[in-house]
Design a protein around this ligand. Sequence first.
Ligand SMILES: CC(C)(COP(=O)(O)OP(=O)(O)OC[C@H]1O[C@@H](n2cnc3c(N)ncnc32)[C@H](O)[C@@H]1OP(=O)(O)O)[C@@H](O)C(=O)NCCC(=O)NCCS
Length: 203
Amino acid sequence: MINISKMENMPKDGPRSPLEPIPETALPLPFDDYFLSSLKPSDFPRLVELYNSDLAFILLSPPYPYTFDDAQWFNDNRAHTRFPSYPETQEAWVIRSKPHNGILVGICGTHPVPGQSGHHFKLGYFLAPEFRGKGIMPTVVTEVLKKFPGAIFDAEAEVANLGSQKVLEKCGFQYIEGGNFEETWPVSKGGEVRQILKFVKQC
Ligand SMILES: CC(C)(COP(=O)(O)OP(=O)(O)OC[C@H]1O[C@@H](n2cnc3c(N)ncnc32)[C@H](O)[C@@H]1OP(=O)(O)O)[C@@H](O)C(=O)NCCC(=O)NCCS
C-alpha cells in the first residue's frame, strides 16, 4: 500500500522518455506459468478494470475512479523508473500469466522513498481477484527483492488484511513494534479510519 501523491513525484521536466523494457524474469517452479515484465500501453484497460474493482477499497493511493489517463500517467512517470544502484530494476514489476497470453495478473511495486539514499524503498502489491490465494505473491516478492541487495524495504498492511501480512512474514519482513498508525480512507474508496501495521526488511 503506497501513499504518495502523483504530483509530488512528477518529474519537473515532464514525463520521462520511453525506456527499453528490462529483461523478463521467470518465476521458479511451481510458479513457472507466471513471469515478471514491464508495463505496456496494452495493459492500460486491464489496470482500469482492476483498480476499479475491489482494489479501489483496498489500496489507498490509486485514484478512484481510475481512468485510462491515470494508467498513462503511471506508465509515463512511475512504472519504468530505474534505480542506478540496482541494475535491471524498475518501479513496477508486472506479473503476467503465460497460459493467459501474458495477461496482467498483478503488480509488485518497488517505490523509492523520497529524499532517501537511493537504497530505501517501499513495497506495494496486488493481484487480480482470480489469482489470489495460490501463493503467487510471496514468490514474486522473493524474486523481486533478490534484485535489490543491501536495500531497505518498508511495507504496510491493514490490520484486517491478514493475507498481505502473511506475504510479508513469508518474505522475511519484520513487524515494527509500536509502528502502527491510523489512515483515513477517502469516502469514495470506502471511507473509515483504518489501522495500519508497519514492516521492514533489510535485503
Ligand atoms: C494480499 C495478496 C497480495 C496476497 O497474495 P497471494 O498470492 O494471494 O498470497 P498467498 O496465496 O500466499 O496467501 C497469503 C496467505 O494469507 C492467507 N490468507 C489470505 N487471505 C486471508 C484471510 N482473509 N484470512 C486469513 N488468512 C488469509 C492465505 O491462506 C495464505 O496463507 P498460507 O500460505 O498459510 O495458506 C492478494 O491476496 C491481493 O492481491 N489482495 C488484494 C490486494 C492487497 O491486499 N494488496 C496488499 C495491500 S497492503
